[in-house]
Design a binder for this molecule. Structure first.
Ligand code: TXA
Ligand code: MG
Length: 374
């Protein structure tokens, strides 16, 4: 199959540029399209055969359910058997936008789309290309991130082409996405809403809107027997670069902090001991690996990028004072390391506050929970 690429101008979306794409979706084909979070791989959410094609193109396990994307509120009701009050409040606050809600599903949604679950994930994206495409298709559009299963989600059309060329009918190229991390997922089917995947609608924002929100333990820790994630997709090693990724974080325990303060007191004059500890540890490890002839990548920030040794591939995600920039650049940087065929990547840790929760969730998963505390 030849994959057609169609450029669309996000600032000036014309229906005529999207008619062929909408037609492909209505006929059961696959079209990748930009959203404000990451690129999605779209198909008719009500067509079992189209959903099957998505799993095949991605190489995705079929128990991993898809998100149905809609363009108008009137499209929600046919998909769900109930709209809980918390869901209603969250929709009003954050749709259209980077928030996916889990509802009890109606009989209309095939189990192929929901991976056999009795619930359905629904999102109304804000990206103008996505919205126009869904509207013109006239059906809810099932869309996982448009990457091969297990690779970092695509934030540019070129990433989609790398993974999907020859496997899908069309890619709508609307340029780089805005956010760069997948949507926040909240399950509103229980008595208390539960955060299943952190994203740009942060936990603080959710709590401001609906009060109490629980967090699925799988959001912050590795999956174990008694810690199975509620979002089936969260159990796979995900967002993963081909190289081994090791996350290096400062140990902020009392004991270590006191020892550091003691050192400072003795005139070390160190303004950012935690950050420096991380830089020192990464530098030491990277030099050891370079010595062995390995290709080493370092994922860092503008604040530290000049401190690392020559010979390593150094990529800054931007300044630590702007979470949005770090989030925006993360998946692209992981893909670049793949292209450069590095053997091992060391990444600095970032703040877990606000959007940082999503950033660190993706980073720790990409690292397969391999975290070095220094
Ligand atoms: O930002 C996004 O959400 C992007 C863009 C394209 O909209 N889509 C996306 O889809 O990230 P995907 O398939 O890569 O991730 C969907 C996640 C998976 O972890 C899946 O397990 C979870 O949503 N999910 C879908 N339906 C669910 C359900 N009924 N219950 C619990 N989790 C569900
Ligand atoms: Mg995905």
């Amino acid at each position: 199959m030849e994959t057609k690429i169609v450029a669309v101008d996000k600032e000036n979306v014309r229906d005529e540029d999207l008619l062929e794409a909408a037609h492909i979706i209505r006929k059961g084909g696959l079209v990748a399209f930009p959203t404000e979070t990451v690129y999605g791989l779209g198909a008719n959410a009500l067509d079992e055969e189209a959903a099957r094609k998505i799993y095949e193109a991605k190489g995705r396990p079929s128990d991993n359910p898809l998100i149905a994307h809609i363009a108008q509120y009137s499209e929600l009701e046919p998909l769900v058997s109930e709209i809980p009050e918390a869901g209603r409040r969250l929709m009003e606050a954050y749709w259209p936008g980077p928030l996916t809600l889990i509802f009890p599903k109606s009989g209309k949604v095939p189990y192929r789309t929901t991976g056999g679950l009795d619930t359905v994930a629904v999102r109304m994206p804000s990206d103008p290309v996505a919205r126009a495409l869904i509207r013109l298709a006239g059906v809810p559009v099932a869309a996982p991130s448009a990457n091969t299963s297990g690779r970092p989600s695509p934030t540019e059309a070129g990433h989609v082409y790398e993974d999907m060329k020859g496997r899908i009918d069309m890619i709508l190229d609307g340029g780089p996405v805005g956010i760069g991390l997948e949507s926040t997922i909240v399950d509103v089917t229980g008595p208390v809403p539960m955060l299943l995947r952190p994203g740009a609608v942060t936990l603080e924002m959710l709590r401001e809107t609906v009060g109490d929100v629980e967090v699925d333990p799988a959001v912050s820790g590795p999956v174990t027997e008694d810690r199975k994630p509620k979002a089936p997709g969260m159990k796979y090693r995900h967002y993963a670069p081909r190289a081994e990724l090791i996350l290096v974080e400062a140990d902020e325990s009392e004991e270590v902090r006191e020892r550091q303060q003691g050192l400072q007191g003795k005139g070390k004059g160190n303004k950012n001991p935690a950050g420096d500890r991380v830089v020192d540890a990464i530098t030491r490890k990277a030099l050891e690996d370079l010595e062995k002839g390995m290709e080493v990548g370092i994922l860092c920030s503008d604040e530290t990028k000049d401190a690392y040794p020559e010979g390593a591939v150094i990529r800054s995600l931007g300044t630590r004072s702007r979470d949005e920039t770090i989030a925006h650049n993360l998946f692209k940087a992981l893909r670049e390391f793949d292209d450069l065929k590095v053997d091992r990547i060391y990444s600095e840790g970032f703040s877990r506050e606000h959007l940082g929760q999503a950033i660190m969730n993706r980073l720790t998963k990409a690292a397969g929970y391999h975290v070095l505390r220094v």
